[in-house]
Design a protein around this ligand. Sequence first.
Ligand code: CTP
Length: 397
Amino acid sequence: MLLAGKKILIGITGSIAAYKSILLLRLLVKEGAEVKIVMTAAAKDFVSPLVLSVLSKNKVVLDWQEQNEWNNHVALGRWADLMVMAPLSCNTLAKMATGACDNVLMAVYLSATCPVLASPAMDEDMWHHPAVQENIEKIKTFGNHVIPVNTGALASGLYGEGRMAEPEEIRDYLVEQFFRTQDFAGKKVMISAGPTYEPVDPIRFIGNRSSGKMGFALAKAFFLKGAEVVLVTGPNNLPPLYKGIHIIQVQTAKQMLDACIKQSDAGIIVMSAAVADYTSAAPATQKIKKAGDQLQITLQKTEDVLLYLGQHKKAGQFIAGFALETENEETNAIEKLHKKNLDCVFLNSLNEKGAGFDTDTNKVTIIDHQQKQTLALSSKLDIAFQLVEYIREKVIE
Ligand code: CTP
C-alpha cells in the first residue's frame, strides 16, 4: 500500500467532476490513506455527503458548525499530510487566489499547514479566460501544486481543454510528488523489462510471453523509494508509469544490449527482461511468401546482456538477474549467479502456481552468495517492494 498511514484531506467544490472525487477517495483508501472530506454547499448538488462519509469512514465537513457543534477547521487543516482540491471550480480558484473565506472549505484551506494540490475542472472557455489563468499562476506562487487539466468531452457538450484529471492520474501524481521516500536518494537504478522481438521479415518476429509486469513493478518500487530509475523495456501494453521514470523503449536483443550498456553507470542493475537468446541470422527484407510444407529459419545467438554487464561490472556496482526455470530450478539459478558474476538471482519457477509470465502475482526465491530466501506468493508490486528492500539492506545499510 503506497499511502499507508498518510492523512489526506479532499476538498470538493461545485462541479460535475465531483463524481470523480468518489473514485479518488476509494483509490486513496485502497492505498492505505486515511481520508477526510470537506465540501462546499454547491458540491452537495453533485455528490452525496453520505456516500463520501460511508466510503471514508469519517464525518464529512459541510459547514462551520453542525448541531451547535463547531467544526474545528484549524485542527483539520493541521491534521492532513496533504490537501487535495478536487475538483477545483472556477469560483473556489478565485477565492484561493484572493484569500476569501466565506465557507468552511476555504477556512480549512487557509488553515492548512500541509502542501495543497489542486485539480481544476472547467469548461474550455472558462479555463482559457485570462482571469482564470492568472488565478492559476497566482495560487502556484503561494506554493500550491496544480495538476494539468485534460482535453476531452466537457459538460457543455463541447470537446476541449478543462476536464479534471482522472482519479488514477491524481493518485499517481500525489504519490510521486509527495510520498516518495529517500531510501535510494542519489542512486541510479537500471531495470530491464519485457520481451524482445526479433524480426524474421518486415511482418513477423520471434518473441516470448513476457508481459514486462515484474520489471515495471520494480521500476515503480525503486522510484517510490527515491531512486533515479531508468527502465529499458521491450514491447508491452502496460499503462504508463510515473512521469519521473526514464523509459527507454527497445525492440530487439541488440537494441536492449546497446541501451543497457549506455545506462550501465547505474549503481544498481536489475535485469528482469526476457531477452531472446537467438535472433534470425538474416531477417528477410521482404515478406516471406508461403511455399512448401516446411520453412527453415537460421537463428544466431544474441549477446547475453546480463553476462556482458557482469563481466564489465564496475566497482561497488550491484547486479541482480532473474532466472526463469522449468526444471532443476535452484541448480540452474546458482549456475547463473556465478557464470554471470551477479550479486544475486531472483528465481521464478514456471512450476509454481501463480508465478511467471503474464500473471499479476509471482513467487520468487532470492539466491545470493550467502543465503537462499523464498518469498510468499504475492502481487508483483508487493514482491518488487520486498526485492527492493532486500537490495536496500545489501547496498545501503
Ligand atoms: N539475459 C540477458 N540477455 C540474454 C539472456 C538473458 O540479459 N540474452 C538475462 C535475463 O534478463 C535474466 C538472466 O539473464 O536476468 C537469466 O535469463 P534466463 O532466460 O533465465 O536464462 P539464460 O541466461 O538465457 O539461460 P537459459 O535460457 O539457458 O536458461
